[in-house]
Design a protein around this ligand. Structure first.
Ligand SMILES: CC(C)(COP(=O)(O)OP(=O)(O)OC[C@H]1O[C@@H](n2cnc3c(N)ncnc32)[C@H](O)[C@@H]1OP(=O)(O)O)[C@@H](O)C(=O)NCCC(=O)NCCS
Length: 153
C-alpha cells in the first residue's frame, strides 16, 4: 500500500458516534491509545469538538480532532494508519479542519507536539504553523513539547 498515491480515493468527513470503535482502534494503532472510550465518546458527541476522519472506501485510516474555545481551535489529535502514512492524508485532514473551523468563526489554531516527532513537526511547518513556545518535559515519558500556532488569513 505504501508509495501508492491514494489521495483521490480519500474522503474526509465529520465523524459521529457510530465511528467510536474505529476511533479507539486507530488511536491505539497511531498514538498507543491516548484516550479512553469515554473520552472518544465525548469527542464524537460534544458540540465543542470537531472530529474528522479520512476514509478509504469504508475503512477509517486517519483521524484528527480539535477543541473549540471562543475564536480558537486546539488541535488535540492527528493520526494516520501506518500503512497510509506519507501520502498527504494528514495534510488533507488538517487543511479540512482549518477550513471547516474558519467557517464557524475560528481565527487561531494551536497544537503541541513532542520535540522529537520529526514527521509531525514537518507536517505542521509545511502547513504554515509557526513555533510559538516550548514546554520542558510536558509528556509522561519526559519529552519536551513544541507549541505551534496557525493564524488564519
Ligand atoms: C505525523 C503523521 C500524522 C503524519 O501523517 P501523514 O499522513 O504521513 O502526513 P503527510 O503525508 O500529510 O505528510 C506531511 C509532511 O509530513 C512530513 N512527513 C510525513 N511522514 C514523515 C516521515 N515518516 N518522516 C519525515 N517526515 C514525514 C513530510 O514533510 C510531509 O511533507 P511532504 O509531503 O512535503 O514531504 C503520521 O506520521 C502519524 O500518524 N504519526 C503517528 C501519530 C503522531 O505522531 N501524530 C502527531 C501527534 S502531534
Amino acid at each position: 500500500m505504501k508509495g501508492k498515491n491514494l489521495y483521490p480515493e480519500i474522503k474526509i468527513k465529520k465523524l459521529g458516534i457510530k465511528y467510536l470503535d474505529h476511533c479507539i482502534k486507530l488511536d491505539k494503532k497511531t498514538l498507543n491509545g491516548i484516550w479512553t472510550k469515554r473520552q472518544w465518546q465525548d469527542e464524537l458527541t460534544n458540540a465543542k469538538r470537531i472530529c474528522l476522519g479520512a476514509l478509504h472506501q469504508t475503512k477509517l485510516i486517519g483521524l484528527t480532532s480539535g477543541w473549540l474555545a471562543k475564536d480558537e481551535i486546539n488541535i488535540t489529535f492527528v493520526g494516520v494508519h501506518p500503512l497510509f502514512q506519507n501520502q498527504g492524508i494528514a495534510s488533507l485532514m488538517v487543511l479540512s479542519l482549518l477550513s471547516r473551523s474558519k467557517e464557524i468563526g475560528i481565527s487561531i489554531a494551536t497544537l503541541e507536539v513532542k520535540e522529537n516527532n520529526l514527521a509531525a513537526k514537518s507536517l505542521y511547518e509545511n502547513l504554515n504553523f509557526h513555533q510559538i513556545g516550548f514546554r520542558n518535559k510536558l509528556y509522561k515519558d519526559g519529552s519536551n513539547a513544541v507549541i505551534y500556532q496557525y493564524i488564519y488569513n
